[in-house]
Design a protein around this ligand. Structure first.
Ligand code: GDP
Ligand code: MG
Length: 446
C-alpha cells in the first residue's frame, strides 16, 4: 500500500537532519494529490504547496521523525492556520452594539441559504435572542413559503410580503419592523441564481446599501468543487462579504472548497452545515477541515504519527497531573481535544503500561460537543475548582451552553468519577501490563 511505500521511504531517510527539496519530493506529490482529490482549486494548490515548501526547506528534523513526516506536519499546520487557526472563536458572528444585528445571506440557488437562515435563527434563539427572518427571495413563491414553514417550526417571526415585488423595499421595511418590535437579530434570506449574473448582484448590492448589514455571509455548497473559486470571487468583489458558511459537509465532499474560498476571498469561514435538519449546524473547525482536506487516510495517519511525537510532551504533563492527584475541567477539555484530534485514546494509553495496542475506542461526537460547550461556558476559576459550582453558577453555565443543569451535574460527577477511577487505577494497575476496555470505559463514562 501507499502507506507502506512511504514508510520505507521514511526508513531510508531517517537520520537526515534537514528538509531538502530532494527528501520531500514524494511527500509533496502525495499532498498535492490529496488536495486535488479534495477539489481544492489547482491554482490554490500550487500556490499553497510552494509557499509551504519554501517555509519548510532547511527546517531541522526531529530525531524520531523523518523529513517527510515533518513536512506533512508543516502542511497540516499551515492548512489549519490558513483556514483560521486553532481558535475558531475569532470567526464567530459579532453582534452589533446597536441592535438589531443584520445578517444577510447570499449565494447561488440551492446553496442552502434558506435552510441556513433557519439554522442561524435556531442558533440565536437558543441564546435567548429575538430573531426575525426576512423572506427576500421574492421570485419564487415557494421560497417564501419555505421560510415561513421554518419560522412556524421554530416559533420565529418571519417578515414576508408576497405582493411586494421589490426586494430592496422589503429589506428596508423589514428593518423598520425589526426595530419597532425590538428584535436582536435580522436574518435576510435573499434570492440566488443558478449562475452568477449582474441582475442578481445589482439587487443584492442595493439591499446592502439600503440596510447596511453587519454581516454578509456567503453560503456555499461544499460539493461545488473547482467552480467555488469563481463564484466566491464574484460575490466577494461585488458585495465585500464578511464571512462564509459552507453547507452540505455531511455529504462526501472533501472540503476543498473551504480552502479555495478562504484563499481567494481572505474571508473567514464561520459555520458549516452538516445536514438538512435545523440543528445540523456547527462552528467551523479549521483543524478538522485541514484533516478532511488531507483526508487520504495515509496522509492523516502520517500527520498523527508526527503529532504523537510532539504531543508526547502534553501527555507527560497529564501523567504528572494524575499522579499529583486529580484532573480539573481544563484537563478534561484538553483531553477531549486530544481525543477528538486523534480519534482515539492513544495519548492516555501511552501513560499506562500495556495499553499501546488498544484499538481506537468509540467516541460519541455529539456527547463530546455537549461536554465542550459546558466547559467552555465555565470561567477559568470554575474549570479549576469545580466545587465552586453552586446552583446559580450551574444555571448560568447551562444557559450559556444550551444544556440543562442536570447535564452540568452529570459532567461534574463524570469528573469526580474520572478522578476516582484514575486513583484506583494507579493503585491497582500501577505495575500491571494489561488493561481491558471496560476499565477505560469506566474512566471515561460517556
Ligand atoms: P437556497 O436555494 O440557497 O435557499 O437553498 P435551500 O436552503 O433551499 O437548500 C437547498 C437544498 O439543500 C435543500 O434540499 C436543503 O435541504 C439542502 N441543504 C441545505 N443545507 C444542507 C446541509 O448542510 N446538508 C444537507 N445534506 N443538505 C442541505
Ligand atoms: Mg432559498
Amino acid at each position: 500500500t501507499l502507506n507502506e511505500k512511504l514508510q520505507s521511504v521514511f526508513k531510508k531517510m531517517r537520520g537526515e537532519a534537514r528538509i531538502t527539496e530532494d527528501n520531500i519530493k514524494e511527500a509533496i506529490r502525495q499532498v498535492k494529490m490529496a488536495m486535488l482529490e479534495a477539489d481544492v482549486n489547482y491554482k490554490v494548490v500550487k500556490k499553497f504547496i510552494s509557499g509551504v515548501q519554501e517555509k519548510a526547506l532547511g527546517e531541522e528534523v526531529l530525531k524520531s521523525l523523518s523529513a517527510d513526516q515533518v513536512f506533512i506536519k508543516i502542511v497540516n499546520d499551515e492548512l489549519t492556520s490558513i483556514l483560521g487557526g486553532e481558535d475558531p472563536s475569532a470567526s464567530k458572528i459579532t453582534l452589533s452594539s446597536t441592535p438589531p444585528t443584520i445578517i444577510m445571506l447570499v449565494g447561488l440557488q440551492g446553496s442552502g441559504k434558506t435552510t441556513t437562515a433557519g439554522k442561524l435563527a435556531k442558533h440565536f434563539q437558543k441564546n435567548d435572542k429575538r430573531v426575525l427572518m426576512v423572506a427576500d427571495d421574492i421570485y419564487r413563491p415557494a421560497a417564501i413559503d419555505q421560510l415561513e414553514v421554518l419560522g412556524k417550526q421554530l416559533g420565529v417571526d418571519v417578515y414576508s410580503d408576497k405582493d411586494n415585488k421589490n426586494a430592496v423595499d422589503i429589506a428596508q421595511k423589514s428593518y423598520e419592523y425589526a426595530k419597532k418590535s425590538a428584535k436582536d437579530i435580522v436574518i435576510i434570506d435573499t434570492a440566488g441564481r443558478l449562475h452568477v449574473n449582474n441582475e442578481l448582484m445589482d439587487e443584492l448590492f442595493n439591499i446592502k446599501k439600503a440596510v447596511s448589514p453587519d454581516e454578509i455571509l456567503f453560503v456555499a455548497d461544499a460539493m461545488t468543487g473547482q467552480d467555488a473559486v469563481n463564484v466566491a470571487t464574484k460575490f466577494n468583489n461585488d458585495l465585500d462579504i464578511s464571512g462564509v458558511i459552507l453547507t452540505k459537509l455531511d455529504g462526501d465532499a472533501r472540503g476543498g472548497a473551504a480552502l479555495s474560498i478562504r484563499e481567494v476571498t481572505g474571508k473567514p469561514l464561520k459555520y458549516v452545515g452538516v445536514g438538512e435538519k435545523l440543528d445540523a449546524f456547527e462552528p467551523f473547525y479549521p483543524d478538522r477541515m485541514a484533516s478532511r482536506i488531507l483526508g487520504m487516510g495515509d496522509v492523516v495517519s502520517l500527520v498523527e504519527m508526527a503529532q504523537d511525537a510532539i504531543e508526547e510532551d502534553e501527555a507527560e504533563k497529564l501523567a504528572d497531573k494524575v499522579s499529583k492527584g486529580g484532573m480539573d475541567f481544563n484537563d478534561m477539555l484538553s483531553q477531549f481535544k486530544m481525543i477528538r484530534k486523534m480519534g482515539s485514546f492513544e495519548s492516555i494509553m501511552k501513560l499506562m503500561p500495556g495499553m499501546g495496542n488498544m484499538k481506537k475506542a468509540d467516541v460519541d461526537e455529539d456527547q463530546i460537543k455537549k461536554i465542550e460547550a459546558i466547559i467552555n461556558s465555565m470561567t477559568p476559576r470554575e474549570r479549576r475548582y469545580y466545587k465552586l459550582l453552586n446552583g446559580s453558577r450551574k444555571k448560568r453555565i447551562a444557559r450559556g451552553s444550551g444544556t440543562s443543569v442536570s447535564d452540568v451535574n452529570k459532567l461534574i460527577s463524570q469528573l469526580q468519577q474520572m478522578n476516582k477511577m484514575l486513583k484506583k487505577f494507579k493503585k491497582k494497575y500501577g505495575g500491571a501490563d494489561k488493561i481491558d476496555k471496560n476499565m477505560l470505559k469506566n474512566i471515561f463514562p460517556m
